[in-house]
Design a protein around this ligand. Structure first.
Ligand SMILES: [Zn+2]
Ligand SMILES: [Zn+2]
Length: 219
C-alpha cells in the first residue's frame, strides 16, 4: 500500500542523482562549482554523484554505445572509452535495465549527439531492473528506515500482532519480511522476484554517504 506522502528517498534526490542536464560540464570548458571545490591539491569533487538511466537501445559496433533514458525522459548516449571498449560490460546489457555512471559529465560526441563518455570501467554498472523499479526500491528502503513496525510483505500482518507473529527476512534482499513460507512463496511469484533484484541493486547506493567527498566511489 502506498502512503500519499512520499518518503525522502536517496535516488530521487536530483543533486546526487542528477538527470543528464544536471550533470557538470566537462572541465575543459569551465569547472562546475556546484560539484567541485578548489582545494589545496586542485579541484576535488565536493560530493558524490551518479547518473541513472534506463537502456533503450544498444548501437555500438566497435565499442559499447548505449542509448539510455534519464530521470527526465531525455535519451542520451553512453560511450565506453575504456581499455576494453566495454566488452566486460556487454554480457550485462539488456534493454529495460538500468545503467549507473559515477561522476559523469555532459559530453558532446563527434556525431553531435550528447551523452557521457566513460573512461574508467569501474565507474559504470548495469543493475538488472528498470529505472522505475530501482527508484521504488529506494523509496522502500527510506520508508523502512522511518522505524515503522515491520509487516509481512504478503498478508500485511505486523510483528506486534497478538499471535506472536515472527517475521523473517527474505534471504536475498534482507529487506522484505514474511510471516511464513506460504506468504513468501506467494509474494515471490506475485512480484517480489522483480522487486528483490531492485532492492539488492539499491543497497550499494543506500549504504553510502553521498553528501561528503573523501575518496572516489567505484563499482
Ligand atoms: Zn503473511
Ligand atoms: Zn527479497
Amino acid at each position: 500500500m502506498r502512503k500519499s506522502k512520499k518518503p525522502q528517498s536517496l535516488l530521487r534526490n536530483n543533486f546526487n542523482f542528477p538527470a543528464f542536464r544536471g550533470l557538470p560540464d566537462e572541465p575543459e570548458n569551465e569547472i562546475d562549482l556546484r560539484y567541485y571545490d578548489d582545494g589545496p591539491f586542485g579541484f576535488e569533487p565536493s560530493q558524490h554523484w551518479c547518473f541513472l538511466g534506463e537502456i533503450v537501445d544498444t548501437i555500438g559496433l566497435v565499442r559499447v554505445l548505449l542509448r539510455v533514458k534519464d530521470k527526465d525522459g531525455e535519451v542520451i548516449t553512453i560511450g565506453l572509452y575504456t581499455g576494453d571498449r566495454g566488452q566486460a560490460l556487454a554480457p550485462h546489457i539488456k534493454i529495460g535495465h538500468t545503467v549507473a555512471v559515477l561522476y559523469g559529465e555532459q559530453h558532446g560526441f563527434l556525431d553531435m549527439s550528447v551523452g557521457i563518455r566513460v573512461e574508467v570501467a569501474s565507474n559504470i554498472k548495469i543493475i538488472p531492473c528498470s529505472l522505475e523499479q530501482l527508484l521504488k526500491a529506494s523509496d522502500d528502503v527510506a520508508s523502512l528506515r522511518k522505524g515503522k513496525p515491520r509487516r509481512c510483505g504478503s498478508c500485511g500482518k505486523d510483528e506486534n500482532a497478538s499471535d506472536n507473529t515472527h517475521l523473517r527476512l527474505c534471504s536475498r534482499c534482507r529487506h522484505t519480511s514474511y510471516c511464513g513460507e506460504d506468504c513468501q512463496k506467494k509474494a515471490w511469484v506475485e512480484g517480489h522476484k522483480v522487486d528483490c533484484k531492485a532492492l539488492v541493486g539499491v543497497q550499494w547506493f543506500t549504504a553510502k554517504n553521498w553528501r561528503t567527498f573523501h575518496d572516489w566511489f567505484s563499482f
